[in-house]
Design a protein around this ligand. Structure first.
Ligand SMILES: [Cu+2]
Length: 152
């Protein structure tokens, strides 16, 4: 009897601590850019997009971890959100403001994202707004240096 209760208690505690550990990260669309431009998350964390009036969010092809699901929110979809489990970098854009450089990144997991090299290679195959994706990638790498993940 006692052991049953202990097992139940341990299970409940584990569930509670798991829920407490998973974080929600808010990304805001601000005029022509994302705030923050780079979001750092852990596997199992959720992402939520706010202030989306006049904006959408869509992943950039070839700029996600291998096997990760793409996302695309309709224009103006407030509170669009999801959970990310696969470690790596996810680059995304806002279609209406792509030409103004409205590109962001979500990094899941620690250290240098395993798909950073793949992203750099796939820059060549970006058809629309390549210079803006290149600019975002540059800023992203600067941020990786600033946060101590990447050596210069
Ligand atoms: Cu936008």
């Amino acid at each position: 009897m006692r052991s049953m209760r202990t097992v139940a208690l341990v299970a409940a505690t584990m569930l509670a601590s798991h829920a407490a550990m998973a974080e929600e990260h808010i990304i805001r669309a601000v005029v022509d850019h994302w705030e923050p431009m780079v979001t750092y998350a852990k596997p199992g964390d959720t992402i939520k997009f706010l202030n989306m009036l006049g904006h959408d969010t869509e992943t950039l092809d070839g700029m996600l971890p291998v096997g990760a699901e793409k996302w695309k929110a309709p224009l103006g979809k407030e509170g669009f959100g999801f959970t990310l489990d696969k470690p790596g970098a996810y680059m995304y854009k806002c279609n209406p403001h792509m030409s103004m450089g409205m590109v962001g990144v979500v990094v899941v997991g620690d250290g240098v994202p395993a798909n950073l090299e793949a992203i750099e290679k796939n820059l060549d195959s970006v058809k629309f707004g390549k210079n803006m994706v290149a600019r975002a990638l540059r800023k992203f790498k600067e941020d990786l240096v600033k946060t101590g993940r990447l050596k210069k």
